[in-house]
Design a binder for this molecule. Sequence first.
Ligand code: MTE
Length: 465
Amino acid sequence: PAKLKEFDKDEVAKHRSKETGIWVTYKDGVYDVTKFVEQHPGGAQRLMLAAGGAIDPFWAMYQQHNNEQVKGILEEYRIGRLKGGAAAPVADPYANEPQRLPALIVRSQKPMNSETPMELLAASIVTPNELFYVRNHLPVPQVDPAAYRLRIEGEGVRSLELSLEELKTKFKRHTITATLQCTGNRRNEFNRTGRVVKGLEWEGGSISTAVFTGVRLRDVLLAAGLEDDDPEVQHIQFEGLDADMAGATYGASIEVDKAMSPHGDVLLAYEMNSAPLPADHGFPLRAVVPGVAGCRSVKWLGKIVASSEESHSFWQRRDYKAFGPNTDWDNVDWDAAPAIQAMPVTSQICEPAVGAVVEDDEVTIKGYAWSGGGQGIIRVDVSADGGKTWHNAELQKVPQKRGRGWAWALWQATIPLPKGFTGQLELVCKATDENYNTQPENAAPIWNLRGVNCNSWHRVPVTVQ
Ligand code: MTE
């Protein structure tokens, strides 16, 4: 191969803008990524943090880069090699991650993203802590509960710092049973339409339910002096303590009306299923925003900001939004769609599994159903012939008021199979919530580039013998 041109670090460091060209190094390679910046799935801004220097520490943090496809893309932009060779290898920011059960289905190791196994989901309304799905964007921060302070600041409030002890003793304790679901739950069904989406390849297990205990966000905001219907304040922003090496933290926001509503039940939770919050789920304190996409329930909560504006976080403004099937990465205008808050009604067959063999003249189907915005589930319809004929499933629910149906329903049905039939059948389920919202028949018409809000009829092919 032709000898590669050599550049020293100082020269690379001069290339940090569109005008000079945007260069980065990876190991001992030098790359001119000027043309790639706008296509960076994590946003141009994030890539610009690495401009003029090594991307190695960033890739150690965001390990979704660690595959041949991404390395191949980078290689297309190579212009030379680094004089003196690669810098010392970067320490692994994920060296102190908590222990996890091997039963979890891991979709990414660093950061940890894992699903609850399907057959366990339908086994009980409350998911045990160790089996609750995990969705982390960054390394799990280690927080000393004695030194921990929650900071409240912003418009319409006086700044306040609260220790864990103060939160537990000065405010009334509240408990809710709530389902959290990732916006990308069931994303892989979009991939199976033949049109690929970007994101973790979730099946239907990035959803779980727990009994959360803590204090009401409303009570804490009132204590900080926020008044109901303060016209200055439209959003309540949450900031996590998990940060990348540039100091960027995970963040999200919810609307102030949800935060302040006495019926919104938004908690700052310190317990999950009667135990202290586990490290993966936000120890020592997390927001639990019931009825809203999991991404707004910020874990390892460090700061709450009352504001006229939404969180400026990437995950609020440049991710977790849904567009029409005509919008793709080359024409997306992120500002044109609102951030996902409540999610649409969905359901999933947890048993039998895809491809199962049924050796009986009837089949027992089990699953879950949930709707966003506190809309409880009133009915689940199941079919053993791809949706031609339907049966009612029996629902198992926790008592919840209308409009405050934060927890999913589990369901079960035993339905007859056509007499003497052998071969392939398609089991199908669809749920209806208390406002009579129901699910679309297919995934293709709701395809969207980030693969969020997948809620089409769930279909499971099985073989009858
Ligand atoms: N909060 C912080 N600080 N960091 C995160 O990465 N992930 C969010 C949300 N809160 C996240 C976070 C997302 S996308 C989801 S779906 C839920 O946490 C997942 O919560 P769980 O891991 O407890 O299931």
